[in-house]
Design a protein around this ligand. Structure first.
Ligand code: PHE
Length: 425
């Protein structure tokens, strides 16, 4: 990204929300909710967003704007040593792995868009490559022109379309079963695995734990109210996920799909909803187009982490950094895409599954833990207090609550969920 600041305050919120709102909300949230028992998962997810997600996002904002740098540069500048380099590298590695499977799912959106437009689509590997090319092109255009302009107008439209889908879904016969599934928690279904999946989804969906919000915050103006921005971004993100759930589950039950169908859930259910709508074909085209835009505003933020790192730490020009990161991702993404057809399986899991597992259940929580521990225990609290209060009138007691949260409960919660998920406690 050029070293320019976002032109408007609302521009930052939209760009950060553009990063957060994406396939995570509309593809990943419904399928994980379906696999993890419905209402129980939703409840645990909301707890994870409020108690872990928000404090971690705010920590990334503080580190990013305070340093004005990429993930690795920020840790080096604020710590004054190389001891935190591991955190920066883990962020960059995590971003590359996420991008590799994210563009595969973006490719599925392209497939459905082309299918609803022309009735035919190329094989998935080609769609994946198209997704990567679009991504690199948007990044090449730079922060304000590319990202801000795109997310500002099209994301509210996506929400409107989702609401129309909700209307159709709720008027299908038997739709109430879906609502019950989504909103009525069955307590016995809250297990360690559900906590781990919900925590991983909170990290994935809020784009935290890999220096993405940190990198955006580096471009924030000092008069931006960071606590309010974090609340707005997390609020919009959670709202979109729940609306997606309300659009999907009534239809799942009405059409007799299995809620635990897995990653293909949304892509098999929504076409049936469109088919049951007047002008369904037109809606399908608009929907998959907007979903594609939502995916791209997220994937550019993922690639930007590695691009900013190469540019700022190694003096690589923006064009070259884009070529290098795109080339690495092409190889990994093609392998990921092929792994779904049965090649590149490791220990019975596809590469796609491995990348998803490694990033959202391991690297992102680890990154989040690193950021909060650094601010909580190693960075002078006067510094973070000053940074947080610039642009906001955060009362001191609320600052102390946040500081206490990131010192003790947040890292402990991440650690326990993590160990529990791995079957260690
Ligand atoms: N939050 C994005 C989504 O929900 C994905 C993402 C993850 C973006 C990590 C940036 C960093 O689709």
């Amino acid at each position: 990204m050029e070293n320019s600041k976002f032109a408007t305050k609302i521009g930052v919120v939209m760009a950060a929300a553009g990063s957060a709102v994406g396939l995570g909300n509309i593809w990943r949230f419904p399928y994980l909710t379906g696999e993890n028992g419905g209402g129980a998962f939703l409840l645990v997810y909301i707890v994870c967003v409020l108690l872990v997600g928000l404090p971690v996002m705010l920590s990334e904002f503080v580190i990013g704007r305070r340093s004005g740098k990429n993930a690795l540069g920020a840790m080096r500048a604020l710590s004054g040593s190389r001891r935190w380099n591991w955190l920066g590298w883990s962020c960059v590695a995590c971003s590359v792995l996420i991008l590799a499977f994210y563009v595969v799912v973006t490719g599925w959106c392209i497939r459905h868009l082309l299918l609803s437009l022309f009735g035919v689509a190329p094989p998935d590997m080609v769609n994946t490559l198209i997704a990567l090319a679009v991504n690199a092109a948007v990044l090449w255009m730079g922060v304000q022109k590319g990202i801000e302009r795109m997310s500002r107008w099209l994301m509210p439209l996506l929400l409107v379309l989702l609401l129309l889908l909700v209307l159709r879904s709720l008027t299908l016969p038997g739709s109430m079963d879906g609502l019950r599934f989504l909103f009525r928690p069955v307590w016995s279904k809250i297990t360690g695995d559900v906590w781990l999946s919900a925590l991983s989804q909170a990290f994935f969906s809020l784009s935290i734990g890999l220096g993405c919000m940190l990198t955006y915050a580096a471009y924030m103006r000092k008069n931006q109210n960071m606590p309010r921005t974090a609340l707005q971004v997390a609020g919009i993100d959670t709202l979109v996920a729940i609306v997606a759930g309300v659009a999907v589950f009534p239809a799942v039950f009405s059409f007799g799909f299995s809620p635990a169908e897995g990653p293909q859930l949304v892509f098999s259910v929504l076409p049936s909803v469109f088919a049951a709508m007047p002008w369904g074909g037109v809606f399908a085209v608009c929907f998959f187009f907007l979903l594609l835009i939502a995916a791209i505003t997220s994937s550019v933020s993922i690639q930007e982490i590695a691009v900013a790192y190469l540019g700022e730490q190694h003096g690589v020009s923006r064009g070259r950094a884009l070529v290098v990161t795109t080339a690495v991702t092409v190889v990994l993404a093609v392998a990921c895409s092929l792994s779904l057809d049965g090649v590149f399986q490791i220990a019975g899991r596809s590469l796609f599954d491995w990348f998803d597992f490694l990033t959202s259940k391991f690297l992102m929580p680890l990154g989040g833990m690193g950021f909060v521990l650094f601010l909580g225990w190693f960075y002078p609290s006067e510094g973070s207090c000053e940074e947080l209060q610039q642009g906001s009138r955060l009362p001191h007691w609320l600052f102390l609550c946040w500081l206490w949260a990131i010192r003790i409960p947040v890292p402990i919660a991440i650690l326990i969920i993590f160990l529990h998920g791995l079957g260690m406690v």
